[in-house]
Design a binder for this molecule. Structure first.
Ligand code: DX5
Ligand code: ZN
Length: 233
């Protein structure tokens, strides 16, 4: 079959979701910040919630009461990223506090398969993620059991870090593996996402982009979201 030369080349097949990370919001007004994310003109799709325990990562962020408050303030899908040791100890608590999706690090538990199974048993969307230095093969055995795969494009622990360029190739490989499996799982990228790399990531196969500092900038989340949307258009 002769292909149409006028057809657009490899544009992203799916509408990419934007998931602002609350880690970068103004905590003195988290409810208002969440309200701004729902702005009808250029709304966020999910809210990304970064939980850090000071052990798995060298920083402590926030935990259950903040997630519960965010849940009360917003109907957005709460995409909870657990950067904690042995997350299975707290999965039920985070589910009850209002998580819609729970993502666990393959490096944080001896039993990743059990952890993702527990998340699904709690009726939540199960995600798996891995640090930039962890071989992709580490998540391959559970790709058929998850609803989301998260590629960390910085070393987790802090907002505002520089994007690691090799992450693009990792997204491409995972897209290939998920497609081979016929998986509908979301492929999310987190860390250093900006209007300069958003389109590249979407073209590589990402379906959800997390963004903290590039959304909650000095001119507010609405402007930040609009810049990302324009870059993806
Ligand atoms: C890093 C967190 C990220 C972070 C992203 O450990 O998992 O979600 O908040 O922030 P930016 O977009 O500023 O890199
Ligand atoms: Zn995160």
């Amino acid at each position: 079959m002769i292909s149409d030369p006028a057809a657009p080349a490899a544009s992203p097949a799916r509408r990419v979701k934007l998931a602002p990370s609350l880690l970068s919001c103004d905590f003195t007004q988290m409810g208002e910040e969440l309200g701004r994310l729902a702005d009808a003109d250029c709304p966020a799709d999910w809210a990304h919630v970064d939980v850090m325990d000071g052990l798995f990562v060298p920083n402590i962020s926030f935990g259950l009461p903040i997630l519960a408050a965010a849940r009360r303030a917003s109907p957005l899908f709460m995409d909870v990223h657990l950067m904690i040791e042995r997350p299975e100890r707290y999965l039920r608590d985070f589910a009850e506090a209002g998580a819609d999706g729970l993502t666990v690090h393959v490096e944080s538990t001896q039993h990743i398969h059990r952890a993702v199974g527990m998340i699904r048993e709690l009726g939540k969307r199960a995600g798996v993620t891995l640090n930039p230095g962890t071989p992709l093969e580490a998540v391959r055995p559970v790709l058929g059991d998850v609803d989301l795969v998260l590629v960390m494009s910085v070393n987790p622990g802090f907002g505002g870090q520089k994007f690691i360029p090799q992450s693009v190739e990792r997204v491409r490989t995972l897209r290939h593996w998920l497609d081979e499996l016929g998986s509908e799982a979301e492929l999310e990228v987190d860390g250093g996402v900006t209007p300069a790399n958003a389109r590249l990531l979407a073209d590589a196969g990402a379906t959800v982009l997390v963004a903290g500092s590039s959304v909650f900038g000095p001119d507010g989340p609405h402007a930040g979201l609009r810049r990302l949307r324009e870059a993806l258009a």
